[in-house]
Design a protein around this ligand. Sequence first.
Ligand SMILES: C[S@@+](CC[C@H](N)C(=O)[O-])C[C@H]1O[C@@H](n2cnc3c(N)ncnc32)[C@H](O)[C@@H]1O
Length: 276
Amino acid sequence: MTTKLDWEGRVGRSWASEWQRTDRSFGGLTDQLLGKASVRSVLQALDVGCGAGELSMAMARGHSTAEVVGIDISPELLEVAQQRAGYLPNIDFELGDASNWTRPGFRPDLIMSRHGVMFFDDPVAAFAHLEQIAAREARLVFSCFRSFEENSWADRVAGCLPAGAFVPPDRFSPGPFAFADQAHVRGILGDAGWTDIAFEAIDYAFIAGTGEDAVGDALDYFQSIGPAARAAAGLSPDEKARFLGNLGRYLRNNEEGGIIALRAAAWIVTAKAGRS
Ligand SMILES: C[S@@+](CC[C@H](N)C(=O)[O-])C[C@H]1O[C@@H](n2cnc3c(N)ncnc32)[C@H](O)[C@@H]1O
């Protein structure tokens, strides 16, 4: 389970210090999201859980007349986003919880998110709030992971830990895999007032390491980001050495031409604000 408190604190700080590597591993989703988001012109776009700002920036660059706002609950991630996007005149970032955030005069006709919507304590209330602040017939476009087992970058990496060190995520508790189940997500969005709900399965390459020492790069990355990171931090020195040995072998087997690309499986979910 990854909660609001985690993102406001330790997890948000790790992501802020690792933003280049997280962008690298989630980069395969940005164009997919933009493709779906750009089927109509955009006046005001809200990026929910914008993190270090990659999707907001891509939207602001591609739609120069649109007003783009990225919101997040992690002050450290927002600081990175603000530094990166300072040169773009049509973008703004704000600290805020998407489940109650509002801005006078801002009624987005597009609400988008790259993996930022699976962490709400009460997802129906949060999505109902987003539907309320959206423009009439606004579109919702977001990505989220499919199941843990379909994401070998997570499943196989956690499998390198000693037996019992890793507790698989609960299927529906807030966290990266909380939206894996289509029926569950359809229920949340429908109850929150969204219509025309559709899912597209996307398989993409989760780039875990690159360069001359791609294995070292990925070993380093997985000790601060991802489901194994927290468990790895609590291992004894012997257990940790075994974990890193197992993980190193797995990563080496997946290295090709200085790149470690692991299998990742996501949904791109689209919907329409239901108020007529
Ligand atoms: C997996 S990260 C994705 C970050 C970014 N969208 C990206 O693609 O790099 C999830 C993000 O959602 C943010 N988040 C979690 N709960 C939130 C909430 N209730 N309101 C706003 N942001 C939230 C976290 O702080 C974090 O930046």
